[in-house]
Design a protein. Structure first.
Length: 457
């Protein structure tokens, strides 16, 4: 029998329970849908670049086994049943996702397929813990990270990764079946290019190509390198001038590696504290998804409603200077340039640039979140708004608004020798260095006063 594997954020063959469920019954046809669903924010430019390359790799891997990766665009509720008919498939499998309105799409599609007597199966695989399996004693969602993380650690240990990938087989396709054309490499490449996801002129992706290898092979290379960072992770993870972190975020974002595999790999190596701290970071990812699951409008609404009355500044010029890395503040400019060139920014620096935007420039966190959404290769619907609300102080378990990072102090603390800032801002110390767009101290005072205005009794 033939199963359809609807490929979403699980672009991998290893440790993929959905793919395994599909392959167990016989032949597999894979499909990726460029979904146009009302109410879903389209991916940003850096994400599309990544997805293009990741799908290229997955398509090639599947082709080796005679499995077509069908590329479709539009409404999955129409397209998947149509594909079922075309391929005479008896089952459809997919990895679960956690964000409305996508969940509603999946639920309706599942019901419809089952009504027609087909097997429709959704499987977990994107998170270590399904968001609804972790709750307080009263049965409520967690709002604070530490008890959430404790609860995760106290529930069952994340499942062990599966062994080697399943044996894959594609269906016998006759030339008359539309799916057969997807086995043609040239046809596949042309269709993917037709989606228009790569930059044309100017080609801004040179730095991304240099920094990353999208796809499962790149993910596995990072996974294999994980033990090199784990030993020193607790000390080095905050130092942007060295490669002290795993670089797994975009691979986890697209499901090119399972979080289970990453979790268990970290258990097998290194000293106690490095891997332990690393696993806490994986649990921050879980927490962000837990929050998004319970607060679907996390990207657009202050979790703390009193911030609705906050006096954000409408500062287009400041926003532009921030985006372009020309604020005149060394660590901020270094971070924003790293982001623009590589599609990624070190976590410590993300904290600093987000604090600078929302506090020193007092620009709404949503403007920053939107810029990250467009430029980060790891931008996701949970971690990005969650962390922005965390820094801005508008989230539930957040750094309080009055805690303002001082970029200069952060730099001397975490990049004391200036390795990171000089790499990205080579004009430091020359006449070409821009003057600061704001006075750090005065702007901090103004931010605190604006905050007082919404908290005063
Ligand atoms: P490592 O230090 O190696 O951590 C391992 C993994 O843990 C990461 O790959 C990531 O999946 C997870 N992780 C680590 N820190 C966090 C965190 N604070 N929140 C959620 N997950 C975390 N991360 C994203 O994956 N996508 C985003 O869109 C995103 N936006 C952010 C926006 C802001 C304003 C801030 C302050 C942080 C954001 N982060 C986001 C979190 C963090 O900066 C990145 O996950 C991390 O820098 C990725 O690098 P790494 O894989 O080397 O991390």
């Amino acid at each position: 029998t033939t199963s359809i594997w609807w490929v979403r954020d699980d672009l991998r063959i290893h440790d993929n329970p959905a793919l395994r469920a599909g392959a167990a019954d016989g032949e597999v046809v894979a499909v990726h849908v460029d979904e146009q669903i009302a109410g879903v924010r389209p991916p940003g430019a850096a994400s599309l670049w990544w997805l293009h390359h990741s799908l290229t790799e997955l398509g090639a891997r599947l082709r080796e086994h005679g499995v077509p990766l069908v590329l479709l665009s539009g409404d999955p509720e129409q397209l998947i049943p149509q594909l079922v008919e075309d391929t005479a498939a008896q089952a459809v499998v997919w990895t679960r996702r956690y964000h409305e309105p996508r969940r509603a799409v999946d639920a309706r599609l599942k019901a419809r397929l089952r009504e027609s007597g087909l097997r429709a199966e959704s499987v977990d695989g994107y998170l270590l813990h399904e968001p609804w399996t972790i709750s307080t004693q009263a049965g409520d969602p967690y709002k604070v990270y530490s008890p959430f993380a404790r609860a995760c650690r106290e529930t069952a240990e994340p499942r062990l990764p599966e062994g080697p990938p399943p044996r894959l087989r594609g269906p016998e396709l006759t030339g008359s079946q539309d799916s057969s054309r997807w086995l043609d490499e040239v046809e596949f490449a042309r269709a993917l290019e037709g989606r228009g996801w790569l930059p044309t002129a100017p080609d801004w992706a040179g730095g991304l190509r240099e920094a990353w290898t999208p796809g499962e092979m790149g993910a596995r290379a990072r996974l294999d390198a994980l033990e090199n960072v784990l030993d020193q992770y607790a000390e080095d993870r905050d130092r942007p001038g060295i490669d002290g972190t795993s670089g797994l975020s975009p691979h986890l974002r697209y499901g090119e590696v399972s979080p289970h595999e990453v979790w268990h790999r970290s258990l097998t190596s290194g000293r106690a504290t490095g891997p332990e701290t690393f696993r806490s970071e994986l649990l921050w990812r879980e927490f962000a998804w837990h929050r998004l699951y319970h607060l679907p409008d996390l990207a657009t609404r202050n979790v703390r409603p009193r911030f609705d009355a906050f006096d954000w500044r409408d500062d287009e010029e400041g926003l532009r200077a921030w985006q372009q890395g020309s604020t005149g503040i060394d660590l901020v400019d270094a971070g924003m340039r790293e982001l623009w060139v590589t599609g990624w920014m070190h976590n410590r620096v993300r904290l600093v640039v987000a604090s600078f935007l929302t506090k020193n420039l007092r620009v709404h966190w949503r403007r920053g979140e939107e810029w990250f959404w467009d430029t980060l290769v790891d931008a996701d619907e949970a971690s990005n708004p969650f962390n922005w609300q965390w820094v801005a102080g508008t989230g539930d378990d957040a750094a309080p608004y009055f805690r303002v990072f001082n970029p200069d102090r952060q730099q001397s603390r975490f990049d004391g020798e200036g390795r990171y800032v000089r790499r990205w801002v080579p004009e430091i110390g020359t006449d070409h260095r821009a003057a600061p767009v704001v006075d750090l101290r005065a702007s901090r005072e103004e931010a605190l006063a604006a905050h007082d205005a919404i908290t005063a009794p």
